[in-house]
Design a protein around this ligand. Structure first.
Ligand code: TGC
Ligand code: FAD
Length: 392
């Protein structure tokens, strides 16, 4: 497998100057783990449409599951910049790896921490942090993706338990999950979160096969047919659609960092290849057309780094708005997918091969530009924020 040295990873605007030593250490350990554990096996896993063996437990060991959850519940108690830097390194390996960490951290641990009871937090969070339990997050339905407000999955009060019916679709890690945080409508039409456990009668998780994207990640459905969910599994402090949407705000922030990693992987590979590949008697890096591409990649990566870093500071201060997060998710994913596609061309025919990461990243980023709110949905969120007029 062709690979560039770690020291060539760009920091063009000396962003390291505004990071703490702890940030740099956290990034370095995630970086080394990705190089030693993910990169040697990711192409095989993606080609075979298989998940990486023991991925969740390995992510747990490096502190990538719930990094911003307090240590009392098994998390690492880190700040938002640390969380972002970890996501950047994971997605430099593959979007499937970042997805696994994002879902577990922002979409499963975060809602349990934020909306769960003390008993639920103590029961689930430490096991999720270590990767002994795998979680999934069910919001999207077959008939409702961009408009979760119209969800049909619902539950009925039966005394000691509720009866859950409905289906969720496109769910990361559904086929592997031990628990699912599921968003469903109560009889009063209010959206609540429920923790559904594998083994509950009437709960199944069929896999979605034949994807061309995120092939090293399992995707599936969550199907509920008269599932009896004990009342103690309802997240007591969840209330309305803003509860699941707040989880998305956390995950979208992580994605804004993560995709910088995918872009860096493509840029570093293309730069090294362009300097080595000789055509017409000279390295292709000496031609202006190739230099234009490389210069624009680095410019866009640098802008994205500054956007996510500033957003992280605002999140640390509790000042980041959901619309600011939408802007960063949308901008940075588009930046990364454009770099993946363009950098593939620098490699000519070689660019389509599994020895190089571009095709894999480009295909993965087709999912990333769609999930957690599509590119167009995030534009409409910004439009709403600046005009005050909802165009949905
Ligand atoms: P709207 O009226 O705008 O909002 C309802 C309530 O929620 C509040 N809110 C938010 N709160 C926190 N964070 C956010 N991002 C929020 N967005 C809205 C809002 O203030 C309001 O509160 P309140 O107090 O007034 O009730 O609701 P709407 O129905 O008009 O929704 C609009 C829209 C389009 C923004 C929203 O529904 C949306 O974001 N749609 C996209 C759906 C989406 O992103 N789905 C993602 C599913 S999960 C996933 O893809 C995981 S992939 C993971 C991986 O593998 O990495
Ligand atoms: P639709 O909502 O049907 O949108 C189709 C098109 O219409 C899009 O281009 C969209 O931008 C456009 N559109 C929609 N509304 C408007 C409008 N008002 N104005 C203009 N254009 C509009 N969901 C989960 O809950 N949990 C998960 O773990 C999860 N993991 C996923 C993993 C993968 C690999 C994928 C692909 C998806 C995953 N999702 C998950 C679902 C994801 O969030 C949805 O696919 C996404 O929100 C879009 O919904 P949809 O696919 O139903 O598209």
């Amino acid at each position: 497998m062709f690979h560039y040295p770690i020291h060539s990873i760009p920091d063009y605007y000396f962003l390291d100057d505004v990071l703490t030593n702890e940030h740099k250490l956290i990034r370095q350990s995630a970086r080394e783990w990705v190089n030693s554990f993910i990169i040697p096996q990711i192409d095989h896993a993606a080609q075979q449409h298989q998940e990486i063996p023991h991925l969740m437990k390995e992510l747990g060991k490096i502190g990538a599951l719930g990094p911003d959850i307090p240590e009392a519940y098994g998390g690492a108690g880190l700040d938002q910049i640390s969380y972002g830097l970890i996501m950047q390194e994971l997605e430099r390996g593959d979007s499937a790896v970042r997805s696994a960490a994002s879902v577990q951290s922002s979409l499963v641990m975060y809602p349990i921490y934020q909306y769960g009871s003390e008993v639920q937090k103590r029961k689930y969070l430490p096991l999720l942090a270590s990767g002994e339990l795998i979680g999934s997050f069910g919001l999207t339905e077959p008939n409702h993706g961009s408009d979760p407000a119209n969800m049909e999955t619902h539950f009925k009060d039966m005394g000691n338990y509720v009866l859950l019916n409905g289906a969720k679709m496109w769910i990361t890690n559904a086929p592997l999950c031990d628990i699912a945080v599921v968003w469903a409508r109560a009889e009063d039409a209010k959206v609540k979160g429920l923790i559904v456990e594998r083994g509950m009668q009437g709960f199944s998780t069929p896999e979605t096969l034949n994807k061309w994207s995120l092939r090293a990640s399992k995707t599936g459905e969550l199907v509920f047919r008269d599932v009896k969910v004990p009342k103690e599994n309802i997240l007591p402090h969840s209330s309305g659609l803003k509860s699941p949407l707040s989880c998305l705000t956390s995950a979208r922030y992580g994605i804004s960092w993560g995709v910088i990693g995918a872009a860096i992987d493509c840029y570093c590979t293309a730069l090294q290849y362009a300097k080595e590949r000789v055509q017409f008697g000279k390295p292709i890096a000496s031609y202006q057309l190739q230099q234009k591409k490389l210069a624009e990649f680095l410019t866009e990566i640098t802008k994205a780094q500054l956007l996510s870093w500033r957003l992280g500071i605002l999140k640390n201060e509790g000042r980041a708005t959901p619309a600011q997060v939408s802007m960063a998710k949308r901008n940075n994913v588009k930046m990364a997918i454009d770099i993946a596609r363009e950098s593939r061309q620098i490699l000519g025919g070689m660019g389509i091969m599994g020895d190089f990461p571009m095709m894999r990243h480009a295909a993965n980023l087709e999912s990333v530009i769609t999930y957690e709110g599509t590119h167009d949905v995030h534009l409409l969120i910004t439009g709403n924020d600046i005009t005050g007029i909802n165009a949905f």
